[in-house]
Ligand binder design. Sequence first.
Ligand SMILES: C[S@@+](CC[C@H](N)C(=O)[O-])C[C@H]1O[C@@H](n2cnc3c(N)ncnc32)[C@H](O)[C@@H]1O
Length: 616
Amino acid sequence: MSSSPYQPAATLLNQLWEQSDQPNKKRKSLKSLVFDDKTGQLKCSKTTYAQVCHVQKHLPTLQAVWQKHANKNQGVTVQNEGLLYVLLYELLLGPNQSIRGGGKLKRQLTQQESALRHYLRQIQASSPGEEMITSTFDNDTWPRYIRVNTCQNTTQQVVDVLRSIKSDSKFTLYLDAHVPDLLVVPPSATALILSHTVGDSDADKNKKVTGQWNPQTSIVLQDKSSCFPALCLISLLSADQQIRSQPWELMDACAAPGNKTTHLAALASHSMAKSGTQQKTCTIHAFDRDKQRHALLQRRCDALVNGDDRVIIQTKQEDFLTVDPEEYPNVRGILLDPTCSGSGMRDNFQGLKHSTEKENDGEERLEKLSYFQYKALLHACSFPQVEYIVYSTCSVNAEENENVVHRVLAESPSSWHVVPPPALAHWKRRGQASSKDTVEKHMIRVDPLEDETNGFFVCCLARSSSHLASKQDASLPRKAIQKQAKALRLPVYTLNTFATMAKESKNQNMEATKKSETSKLVHEETTKKSMLSNSDTTVHRKNNGKRKITDDAPSSQSSKKLRDSKTAGVKEGTKDAATKESDADDKHAKKRAKRLEWKQRQREAKLKRLQVKSKK
Ligand SMILES: C[S@@+](CC[C@H](N)C(=O)[O-])C[C@H]1O[C@@H](n2cnc3c(N)ncnc32)[C@H](O)[C@@H]1O
């Protein structure tokens, strides 16, 4: 067993990767490997977790570097792949660009450091203007979204904590342009935030940070589009004058693991608080038919919402299709986020785009899924007092989205309508339709390639559309976000900010590398030039003031020897430089060698001419 300080991270990575060799086993995510299921606490050290996250993030680049190295060094094998990539990361990309501790692998890598760095530069230069190769498409520059759990703390308190982490590690913090209380950070910041405890950062030590910060309950790492359904449902209920003033009873039909249930709770609680009525509460019935997922839902609701007495969540392990609507006569709003193909999720989306096999395989599954979705939506429409239903999927297939809604509208006994969600009046991308003036203009679509969040679909249905203005004012939700941003002193995130920042910093790095390489070259040449001219010829100024040039190696034989050795020296020197750069075919080094040889010949020719002249 290796005693490397990087071994815990290596073991975790090996565990994670070994799962791909066991396709029949249920795969565990990194989070489920490092966080305790029950307590939600980190099972390894923060440093180990951060190391694993960094390696995962840069894995494709590190793999490309190692591949190049392996191609040059046939037969090089490494047993402990996890350790290899942790050490490679630390050496080439880590904050100190060095490996701590000892060990055989460390020695091997540090001996090859210049060659490995050369491969890294080649890989980075092969995609100018683009981020380094990343594990998913543009994954490296996609923003990460942090939803403040307003049941436990205010957004200001969380922003204060994140600011204190930020002042140590210099990442930028934004407010999302569409979802209130949703913060946006660069991808590199999430591991840092999740592992932060108050008192960790220098800023914490100097300034008292308010609030009960606990990364497991103060925030939820929830993708932006997945925040849309709860936001839409609450905005519809709040905009309805009849419902607004009453206690709310809501339902989350397919709730586990509970991201949308807990978001619904946070928004409902906020709305209750705003209404000013002390007695007003919100009850949420949350169902999931899967036993394990239901247990997780229960745990998360306990951890995230308990303590907020404006909301009560009642979870049940039950099949929503068998829930009797008559048993829930007071439910006014339903959030339905059923199982779907997940084709909008960034990884799946990329996979589907490149695999016709998967598409064919998926046809039958898609049919089954859309039938279940249709059944579930139709069932939701049958609850007697329900006024609003928000239907959502993280799929980009019309079969699971617009088509399901149309099928239900055609068969639903009451007069259900598609209505626009007030909270997303400023969201541009709408449902897919053949003509502009159809109900699809009220449906929300999210494009995973364009919107920097997972592909998604949301459709809001209302039993009666009479009290809803068909044309909504997009400036209202926009103004609300601007107001919150101003109060928190945060900029509002605009699309592609991180991608642009990454491009700029990469271009700057490339520029700096180019400059330093050019100055290194100039320095090498100047040194060689002066060495050569010092040993070849000496220029004397005699007392009589006449300029006389003498050869310090007069015999033609020894002169030839010297010349040979000098040429060899030049070649040797050039070869040294090339080895320094790498063992690879370094074009620049070859050019430089040729140039130096040519200069050497010119110098010798000149010397001969001068000797002849001086003899005369
Ligand atoms: C897309 S996930 C829901 C994600 C959840 N809304 C969230 O934001 O965390 C779909 C869930 O529906 C559950 N489910 C599937 N069929 C169901 C049914 N007939 N009744 C209740 N739950 C069901 C699955 O177990 C799964 O947990």
